[in-house]
Ligand binder design. Sequence first.
Ligand SMILES: Cc1ncc(COP(=O)(O)O)c(C=O)c1O
Length: 392
Amino acid sequence: MAGWDDGGFECFCRSDPALLAWCDMTDLKKLIRPLVRELHAYVPGEQPKIKGLIKLNTNENPYPPSPKVLVAVKASVDGRLRLYPNPTAERLREKLARLHRCCSENIIIGNGSDELLALAVRAFVEPSPKSRVQSPKSIVQYFTPSYSLYPVLAETHGAATQGVPLNPDFSLPSLPELKRAKVWDFQAALTLITTPNAPGGRGYPTSELEKLCRAQKGVVVLDEAYVDFADENALALATKHPHVIVSRTFSKAYSLCFQRVGYFVGHPELIAALHKMRDSYNVNGLGQIAAEATLEDLGYYRANFKKIIATREGLSRRLTELGFRVLPSQTNFILARPPRFPAKEWLQTLRDQKVLVRWFSAPEVQEYLRITIGTEAEAAALVRAVRRILPG
Ligand SMILES: Cc1ncc(COP(=O)(O)O)c(C=O)c1O
């Protein structure tokens, strides 16, 4: 019987001359859909294989999950792993519904919020060939700069992308400004807003977001991946406006990147549409258990938010003193323009000093480094590295 131990594609291909010849003769690219051939994949931040680097590049939380979460996960690693998990993460949805004072029908859990963002594109946006004049029904709209996954999701689906610039300081353009500029589409099928913004870090007032939501005719997703580090959140808009969905994740503030758990809060009709599109068992069982246990120990996480915010403010001050231009942040990272030489060079120079940060090539942000807020000790190590790099 065929099994995983009987060869594998690589060995099979190399050891079978007939298959090798077939591969040579066939243009395998032709077997791939034209749309997929043209795609550019999302580039995630580096997960380094070498030890000893201070990892400030992917906005992970520097503190571990609560000890109660670790106990709950370890206690679940037994013979039950043979069973499928609850298909809709029912208990987790009920707990979240109590937390957010809504019903579990308002909530869908995803394999990270990334999965849900992809489902939103597939459920709410019509694919359309590039050659055709784009109807608003095919438009995925977002501000630039914001989460670089959005255009990738739209392109994967064959939808049109509409990236509209934020103000030069990465603040949100006002409604009259958007109307005047005429590039914003108030009819777009799906509008994705990162709030607080990434990679800029700015928080947006809920009152401004509400004005924008009111003006949009299509679905609006407020992506609040970093909201626990901010002064305000816009969750109330999801229960007030039927076309508004708020996206949250356990990855950043709740130290669970590894488990991949995110969720949407929205009107039951939109949420039901997303349920239709997801895999039957989209959220793994240990992830569900970890997220449930997280909600039982929110005090632990709130204490961590405070530590991270204090480190963020201290690091911003020290980098400013060293000549960096640090943008105000409401997240667990800062966007900072380094002095003396280009940001791309800083990326490598800091890596040589064993500090890993992130640099994006997009024109609006290529002069900046995005630096995740680590522990106090990691922030101090970064400052020491910067001092060593800066001449004099
Ligand atoms: C703005 C934003 N939204 C969503 C996500 C995805 O988070 P998750 O880990 O829940 O998929 C990220 C991750 O970097 C992010 O930066």
